[in-house]
Design a protein around this ligand. Structure first.
Ligand SMILES: Cc1cc2nc3c(=O)[nH]c(=O)nc-3n(C[C@H](O)[C@H](O)[C@H](O)COP(=O)(O)OP(=O)(O)OC[C@H]3O[C@@H](n4cnc5c(N)ncnc54)[C@H](O)[C@@H]3O)c2cc1C
Length: 273
């Protein structure tokens, strides 16, 4: 299989760097192809602006989404954006790996999504209008690929449980799992989250983390995905609201899964030392 890891950490000698290096080595040793976009090392430009389009005219008002669509259609995106899109298209498994920073991804990774996810590539795909809302949430340009998040967090696992003070980790990651990975059609695997990473007691804990990460990646073809409801699968009405009776009157992000993940199998506890 072809793996594509988008990696966002400023320090190659970090734990994230070690996790990434172990994973890449293990995947290659098992005969898989691996591409890595190491965003800091690449000097990835995070801010989306007019310079993302080679024919940008600063004298004209920039409407980023329509400029993005024009550039994607005409092949006038900057080469860095086009190259990342090609990597996504080549991949069977897409991994976003990052430390949790302020309850989300580092800005450089958000900027990768803002710029690489062009209009016409990941959004604005399919029929819009006449009761159609495009191909998204379960279908789209990136369908056929599996995707997952690999996240390290300083906080404790308990703080990220459904009633934990930080909020449920599935909810915090929903904008990425549902909004970024599921939106353009990818099949989303449960996130692999490592907690208290600053506070491990012995080297064996780190070895267990490396093993858990590589094991999960090697098993990516078999892991049961998050059962997100597809937009065009019948669960939503023409307004894209969940039909009455589905999940009762429940609200909240979990209603967009056909099965809850309260007993979350991948809330990986600190690996045993
Ligand atoms: C701006 C910012 C915002 C943050 N926001 C949040 C937040 O909202 N929620 C939250 O929970 N946490 C938050 N954190 C904490 C953050 O998630 C953790 O610091 C991060 O996940 C740790 O990952 P790292 O790769 O940077 O670890 P590092 O700091 O590089 O390493 C962690 C530990 O692993 C050890 N280690 C063991 N083996 C190795 C090896 N082979 N290579 C390298 N190191 C090794 C290191 O010695 C160190 O003790 C935030 C941190 C920052 C800087």
């Amino acid at each position: 299989m072809r793996y594509f890891i988008v990696y966002a950490h400023p320090e190659p000698r970090s734990l994230n760097g070690a996790l990434k290096d172990h994973a890449v080595a293990a995947l290659r040793a098992a005969g898989h192809e691996v591409e890595v976009s190491d965003l800091y090392t690449m000097g990835w430009k995070a801010a989306a602006d007019g310079s993302d389009f080679v024919d940008y005219d600063p004298a004209k008002r920039l409407v980023y989404a329509s400029a993005s669509n024009t550039a994607f259609t005409n092949g006038t995106q900057t080469p860095d954006i086009a190259a990342e899109q090609e990597k996504l298209l080549r991949a069977d498994v897409v991994v976003l790996q990052f430390p949790l920073w302020w309850y989300g991804m580092p800005a450089i990774l958000k900027g990768w999504i803002d710029r690489v996810y062009a209009n016409g590539f990941t959004y604005g795909v399919g029929q819009h209008g006449g009761g159609k809302w495009g191909n998204r949430f379960g279908e789209g340009r990136l369908s056929g690929r599996r995707a997952m998040l690999a996240v390290t967090a300083g906080g404790r696992r308990e703080h990220y449980t459904p009633r934990g003070v930080n909020g449920f980790i599935d909810d915090l990651l929903f904008p990425i799992t549902h909004g970024v990975l599921f939106y353009p059609g990818m099949t989303v695997l449960p996130s692999l989250v490592f907690y208290e990473v600053h506070n491990f007691l012995g080297d064996t804990s780190y070895d267990a983390m490396f093993a858990a990460y590589t094991e999960r990646l090697l098993d990516a073809a078999n892991v049961e995905p998050i059962p997100f409801r597809s937009q065009n699968g019948g669960d939503y009405d023409d307004r894209q609201v969940l039909r009455p009776g589905i999940e009762g009157d429940a609200v909240g992000l979990a209603v967009h899964q056909s099965e809850p993940s309260v007993a979350h199998p991948t809330l990986l506890l600190r690996a045993a030392s």
